[in-house]
Design a protein around this ligand. Structure first.
Ligand code: DOR
Ligand code: ZN
Length: 333
């Protein structure tokens, strides 16, 4: 039987939420991954040390029994250099949301360049900056427009390590080769779907997320970069659970929930393109190098054994619910 083993896969962008939702979704990531970057967009956001310590302990409790390192983030705001120095040992980076760009981002940044002093301090302390890169322009153009902001940040702070989170466009892929200090995450769903899958036929709320899926040429550029294990591209699923009644309604919340199916989806995709040999770099090695991480040892075996994607995990409908995947996780050690 066809098999592949992955060493210490990492999901560099996950939404775990809190309370009951955290208890349902955290174990689903913690079983398949050796670590992951946990997003801070709770209500209220994780934007001070007390809240960070509380959230870290909640996440750890939810992952008990699994070998999994949660890499915590703070929600970007006008921090002092001293705030940052105190936070540094406890975080992998700081996540910047433009105000109102997506779920729970109302407290985000209004005017990015007015935060120069914070970027100065982050650069000095070598704290990575993680960015939700969308303007408030036309929905299909938001990321491309934001590429000017990435250029400005990368140029003015050449030693600041900047991650362009969940990139969705050909233009963003191009920036990786232009600026030494830019790197990116990409989601499995943006490697596969385009706007057509979401809205070309009957509306598919479980494929609706921010940034919205784009054009075929964008998807193809992302896929090419992932399949070829571009050294500055990392898996970051942006797995973002919302209860079913917040997705299947007018005013559908943005977020695609993929945590339990990420690795099978990727094995299927990479096999189809004869690129299984590059999966390890995409799901772990690149992130380890770019973030200077040493995750716990964990071996995940995937086999070409079909799995049926459940209709629900708790109250959450996963991407492709009810469909079959040709690969599944068959051993964890
Ligand atoms: O679709 C999204 N959902 N995009 C984000 O940036 C946030 C996320 C969420 O928190 O639900
Ligand atoms: Zn996200």
């Amino acid at each position: 039987m066809m098999e592949i083993t992955l060493q210490s896969p990492l999901d560099m962008h996950i939404h775990f939420r809190q309370d009951e939702m955290l208890k349902v979704v955290a174990p689903l990531s913690a079983q398949h991954f050796a670590g992951g970057v946990i997003m801070p967009n709770l209500l209220p956001p994780v934007d001070n040390l007390d809240r960070l310590h509380w959230y870290t302990s909640e996440v750890q409790q939810a992952c008990v029994g699994h070998t999994f390192d949660p890499y915590m983030t703070l929600f970007f705001r006008d921090y002092t250099a001293q705030d940052l120095e105190l936070a540094k040992p406890h975080i992998i980076g700081i996540k910047l949301y433009p105000a109102g760009a997506t779920t729970n981002s109302d407290g985000g940044v209004q005017e990015i360049m007015s935060m120069a002093h914070v970027f100065d301090a982050m650069q000095e302390l070598d704290i990575p900056l993680l960015v939700h890169g969308e303007t408030h322009g036309f929905v299909m153009d938001r990321e491309d427009e934001f590429c000017e902001v990435y250029r400005a940040l990368a140029t003015r702070w050449p030693r600041l390590r900047i991650t362009m989170e969940h990139i969705t466009t050909q233009k963003a892929v191009g920036l990786l080769d232009e600026f030494e200090n830019l790197r990116a995450t990409v989601t499995p769903h943006h490697l596969i779907i385009t706007l057509d899958d979401l809205a070309g036929g009957m509306l598919q709320p479980h494929l609706f997320c921010k940034p919205i899926a784009k054009r075929p040429e964008d998807r193809d550029a992302l896929l090419q970069a992932a399949l070829s294990a571009h050294p500055k591209l990392m898996l970051g699923s942006d797995s973002a659970p919302h209860p079913r009644d917040k997705k299947e309604c007018p005013g559908c919340a943005a977020g695609v929930f993929t945590a339990p199916i990420i690795l099978p989806m990727l094995a299927e995709l990479f096999e189809r393109h004869n690129a299984l040999a590059n999966l390890q770099a995409f799901v772990s090695d690149n992130a380890q190098r770019l973030y200077k991480l040493t995750p716990p040892a964990k071996t995940i075996t995937l086999s070409k054994t079909a799995m049926m994607i459940p209709e629900l995990y708790g109250s959450v409908v996963p991407m492709w619910a009810g469909r079959e995947l040709s690969w599944s996780v068959t051993a964890i050690s």
